[in-house]
Design a protein around this ligand. Structure first.
Ligand code: ACO
Ligand code: PYR
Length: 526
């Protein structure tokens, strides 16, 4: 039986070397706890010799009550010509007081002569001394062989000597790094195989970057060739194009390669973990991320949706629930009847009662999409459209008219907008006026003021996103403007859409749909 794979997460160290990625100390601690709950084996928390934030993390991390994971502090081998016990960086690694220390050393002669500006012999001593100093001080040492694959291609004997030096020093794991991320799958597979044969009694790991778009593929090839530890980051964050993405590696190892690992039982929490890490890093989640992205199991093409409705695996490579994701059906002008049926079911409308109208409704939907509406991200507008079209449902709020004025007051150095709306709500006419900085805010405020006396639930609704897109000339000489709004009542988030050659009119349509949807939710007891 093949050996279990150890997962080594470096989101909090190499991940933070990515452009635009940073965590506060508090966020780092929360991510570490979450990674532990997920069952990750090693969590690299940072480089204590690098900055006060990482030092503070290691200080606070001592108080964490982790169930399984070991925290690792990261750093480099000692400086050339400086005894290990006098090297300030190595001292800081000990002071971090972690059970594991991971140090990187040089493999590639180019780096030794041109970057460290030392000799090949001294580099071997730097590796051995540094690892020995840390192991003699009670640390479990993982040795990261930086640029291992480039170094091996340049001088395989010397590359192996660097690993032997780390082993002599007492490293429990030799991790081979594709630091520049430029290696191909076949190269990594062959070299890892040779290293594993050379060190049959030592654990070998891989640490790969994504510069050629192959970070995950080369990591998996390394495992296939005998490595039993894989380093990577959540969501693939990291220097340049990022590190190998653990949210892709883990499900491939478990579901496709049938490998054992401690976090296997937590696989259905993978999407949650991925979202959490992005949230902590204040990044938006990648919709297209394999396995965990919102689009990973989203079917837009009508033919796909039809087949997936009949036999799920016809267009899904795994059951989405295995990684905590779900199948989604997107309605658009590429939909067929099956997509509409599935989407209707998802938003709670029963189309079985309307078999004849379905084709007609589909035609209407495609016509609206052609005019500029887009229902893909506007589930609430889609549900209202279904209700209006198939069930003849009347809107609760009827527009008599609105007017919006935008003015600039130089003396007060401000722009002010005023909106007036006149609505029929039930049998009553409501006429209100409201002011705001911008026209959307003014229109929204006047609309709420008019209907709140009859539908007080509207006060719970908040606009959380407003997107405007000018559509191209396929719609004729007048540009069509599409407005998409996201709203929430604190319990649910919904999307609505409007389209017109006038931005205010498009905004109004999206706003009124948002309000109608909240009234509908309330009437359904939600
Ligand atoms: C592949 C990787 O991802 S490795 C990790 C890279 N991550 C980082 O660099 C983030 C954290 N880094 C830092 O905060 C800083 O670079 C520090 C604190 C580590 C060093 O700062 P400084 O002492 O000012 O050095 P600086 O950053 O200018 O240069 C790096 C030094 O490390 C040396 N160095 C690089 N790799 C190694 C190594 N494996 N062993 C020993 N020394 C090394 C370089 O030779 C250079 O020293 P030199 O200028 O005397 O030749
Ligand atoms: C050690 C490391 O981060 C690298 O070689 O990429």
């Amino acid at each position: 039986m093949s050996q279990a794979i150890q997962i080594y997460d470096t989101t909090l160290r190499d991940g933070t070397q990515g452009e635009g990625v940073s965590f506060t100390v508090a966020a780092k601690l929360r991510v570490a706890e979450k990674l532990d709950q997920f069952g990750i084996d090693y969590i690299e928390g940072g480089w204590p010799g690098s900055n006060p934030r990482d030092l503070a993390f290691f200080e606070e991390a001592k108080k964490l009550k982790l169930h399984h994971a070991k925290i690792a502090a990261f750093g480099s081998t000692r400086r050339a010509s400086l005894p290990a016990e006098e090297d300030p960086q190595l001292k800081l690694l000990l002071e971090a007081d972690t059970p594991v220390v991971t140090i990187f050393g040089k493999t590639w002669l180019l780096h030794i002569t041109e970057i460290l500006r030392t000799t090949a012999e001294e580099n071997l001593k730097m590796i051995e001394d540094s690892v020995r100093f840390l192991t003699e001080n009670g640390r479990e040492v993982i040795y990261d062989a930086e640029h291992f694959f480039d170094g091996y291609c340049d001088d395989p004997d010397y590359a192996l000597q660097t690993l032997e030096a780390a082993k002599r020093g007492g490293a429990i794991n030799l991790t081979l790094c594709d630091t520049n991320g430029g290696k191909l799958v076949s190269e990594v597979e062959a070299i890892v195989g040779k290293v594993c044969a050379h060190f049959p009694d030592t654990l070998v790991g891989v640490h790969c970057h994504n510069d050629s778009g192959l970070g995950v593929a080369v990591s998996l090839a390394g495992i296939d060739a005998g490595a039993t530890l894989v380093q990577g980051t959540m969501n693939g964050v990291g220097e340049r194009n990022g590190n190998a993405n653990l949210t892709t590696i883990i499900p491939n190892l478990v579901l496709k390669m049938k490998r054992e690992m401690n976090c296997k039982s937590q696989l259905s929490k993978l999407r949650d973990l991925s979202l959490f890490v992005d949230e902590m890093a204040n990044r938006s989640h990648d919709m297209k991320a394999p396995f965990v992205g919102a689009s990973a199991f989203a079917h837009k093409g009508g033919v796909h949706a039809d087949a997936a409705a009949k036999v799920k695996e016809s267009y899904e490579h795994i059951e989405p629930e295995l990684v905590g994701n779900r199948t989604r059906v997107l309605v658009s002008d590429m939909s067929g009847r099956s997509s509409v049926m599935m989407k209707a079911k998802e938003v709670g409308v029963d189309l079985d009662a309307h078999p004849d109208e379905l084709r007609e409704f589909l035609g209407k939907l495609k016509e609206l999409e052609y005019k500029g509406y887009e229902y893909e991200a506007a589930d609430a507008s889609f549900k209202l459209l279904l209700n209006r079209y198939l069930n003849g449902k009347k809107d609760d709020v009827e527009l008599i008219g609105y007017r919006v004025m935008v003015g600039h007051q130089t003396a007060m150095n401000r722009t002010v907008s005023e909106a007036t709306v006149q609505l029929k709500v039930g049998d009553e006419i409501h006429h209100t006026v409201a002011e705001s900085n911008g026209p959307v805010g003014a229109l929204d405020a006047a609309l709420r003021k008019a209907i709140a006396p009859v539908f007080p639930e509207i006060s719970e609704v908040e606009l959380i996103d407003f997107k405007v897109r000018i559509l191209d000339s396929q719609h004729g000489t007048d540009a069509i403007i599409r407005v998409q709004i996201e709203s929430t009542d604190g319990k649910e988030i919904w999307g609505t859409v409007g389209a017109s050659d006038n931005i205010i009119e498009a905004t109004w349509e999206a706003l009124i749909d948002s309000v109608e949807y909240k009234i509908l939710l309330h009437s359904e007891g939600k």
